[in-house]
Write a protein that binds this ligand. Structure first.
Ligand SMILES: [Zn+2]
Length: 90
């Protein structure tokens, strides 16, 4: 039995690994942002009103999230791999 090269149709049907990676990065960036918001909230509750550092960190995390989102959307757009494929894990 010979090992077959995946054909075009097969490639399109499988999850694009690059798309998967970019989506993971986007997800991580969103999570990071959520974590910072939570930490800021906890700091405020604890009476730490000198929590301006969170504003900068949140700003940076937000930029990172936007970049990750843009990179993901741009990849899907240029590569032509459908975003629907991501949920179809095989
Ligand atoms: Zn792709």
């Amino acid at each position: 039995m010979e090992i077959e090269q995946p054909n075009k149709t097969e490639l399109n049907a499988t999850v694009c690994s690059q798309q998967r990676r970019l989506l993971d990065m986007f997800g991580e960036a969103v999570q990071e942002l959520l974590l910072l918001h939570e930490q800021q909230f906890l700091a405020i509750v604890a009476g730490d009103l000198d929590s301006n550092r969170f504003d900068l960190l949140i700003h940076m995390a937000n930029e990172k999230k936007q970049q990750a989102k843009y990179a993901y959307l741009q990849h899907v757009d240029t590569h032509g791999c459908s975003a629907n494929n991501v949920t179809d894990e095989r």
